[in-house]
Design a binder for this molecule. Structure first.
Ligand SMILES: [Zn+2]
Length: 395
């Protein structure tokens, strides 16, 4: 939070709309309530600073339609901010130096600072420090002083991961980043501040930290991580081939996907060289649906390997199915020979497509006559590769 003492008048931007600003990080429900320990010395400037801090915490906790809760804990003798077990509210003032406190370090214009630590998108710790080096404090909106509740309400809004707003059109919002002496209008929340806390900590529905699709061998692994799941029943996952506008999404799961975040869904029905889009649908207990995404993935092109598979059945009595794979389109030939090396039948010949194909041999020679029982060989040839296998014809 920055401080300006005299506000220079500027032309107002009458039609601008100012939304709340959110850092993308937040608390988890398991961290509730978020508990502050007040440094027991407070500020020497006024009597009711702790009651005002507590009221400022509650100003946010009391907003309906959201689940975030922040409360007062024990008093503490801790003086300095830091990543430790105690979430701290502390005034930094010059008389504290004899107690080992570091001097105010965030610039003389900063009225208060909310320092937070995070892991991924989760806030893991924060401390709120009030500047008593450069400012005097009041619990009554006194002129020439900063009002405790006014500033605390703003700083505790940062606990939620709401950001400062600096545009003059947001000057009446609690999260506006400037203020003046004696100001008290930030003690209460503006509709935009309320929209912010309800957005980050909604008491219905789902909010995702992450939703992504990744190639995994020849499959796609779709993962998503939910920060919030309230009145939540489960998910549906949809996919479409990226074949231009109008392609239909197809649901991949049969039953609703339930479980614990993070979620993983392995999609094995994908083809190399094709792009897909995935759409996630959260369903709540009242069957309301909310969709997330899509996320897009391009599968790497998979080059097939030259292969000639064992025929089946073997021995063959009426027919033999022969499967082979060509890595690229081009001339190829599949022929059957008897044990003396004489060609019996040509099953495929010419320019063939890349990929896997099946050929059925009905156990006849090239003139249509049934071949006698015995051992045969079938051979696949391309200009660069050859493979052969044995099969038995039994009658
Ligand atoms: Zn601020």
């Amino acid at each position: 939070m920055k401080k300006i003492i005299g506000i220079a008048l500027a032309a107002a931007l009458a039609s601008q709309v100012f939304g709340f600003s959110y850092s993308g990080r937040c608390h988890s429900q398991g961290q509730m309530p978020w508990t502050f320990n007040y440094n027991s010395r407070g500020t020497p400037d006024c009597a009711n600073e702790f009651a005002q801090l507590t009221t400022a915490l509650a100003t946010w906790s009391n907003v309906s339609g959201q689940w975030y809760r922040q409360v007062r804990g024990a008093n503490t003798s801790q003086l300095n901010y830091g990543y430790d077990s105690s979430v701290l509210a502390v005034w930094y003032h010059s008389s504290y130096r004899s107690y080992g406190q570091n001097p105010w370090r965030w610039g003389s214009g900063a009225i208060a600072v909310n320092v937070y630590w995070y892991s991924g998108s989760l806030i893991v710790h924060n401390d709120v420090c009030f500047n008593n080096y450069n400012f005097s404090w009041s619990d009554s909106g006194a002129s020439g002083r900063m009002d405790v509740q006014n500033i605390a309400a703003h700083e505790f809004g940062h606990n939620l991961c709401l950001n400062d707003l600096y545009n003059s059109g947001a000057r009446d919002y609690t999260m506006y980043g400037y203020c003046s002496y004696g100001e008290t209008k930030k003690r209460t929340l503006h509709a935009d501040d309320i929209a912010g806390i309800r957005y980050i900590y909604p008491n219905t529905g789902v909010r995702l930290n992450e939703f992504k699709a990744s190639p995994n061998g020849g499959d796609v692994v779709v993962t998503w991580e939910a920060a919030v799941e309230i009145n939540h029943a489960g998910y549906n996952l949809y996919r479409r081939e990226d074949v231009g506008l109008g392609a239909e999404y197809v649901k991949l799961n049969e039953a609703l996907i339930i479980g614990n975040s993070p979620y993983t869904f392995k999609d094995e029905n994908v083809v190399g060289g094709v792009a897909y889009e995935y759409l996630l649908e959260a369903v709540d207990l009242n069957s309301h649906k909310e969709r997330f995404g899509p996320v897009r993935i391009s599968m790497p092109g998979l080059k097939a390997t030259f292969a000639l598979a064992p025929s089946y059945p073997n021995p063959a009595r009426t027919e033999a199915v022969i499967t082979f794979t060509l890595p690229e389109a081009g001339p190829a030939r599949l022929t059957v020979y008897d044990v003396s090396g004489r060609r019996v039948a040509t099953l495929a010949e010419g320019a063939l497509e890349a990929g896997e194909r099946e050929v059925v041999w009905n156990l006849t020679d090239d003139r249509g006559a049934s071949v006698p029982p015995g051992v045969y060989f079938y051979r696949l040839e391309t200009p660069t590769e050859t493979a052969a296998r044995r099969l038995v014809v039994a009658r």
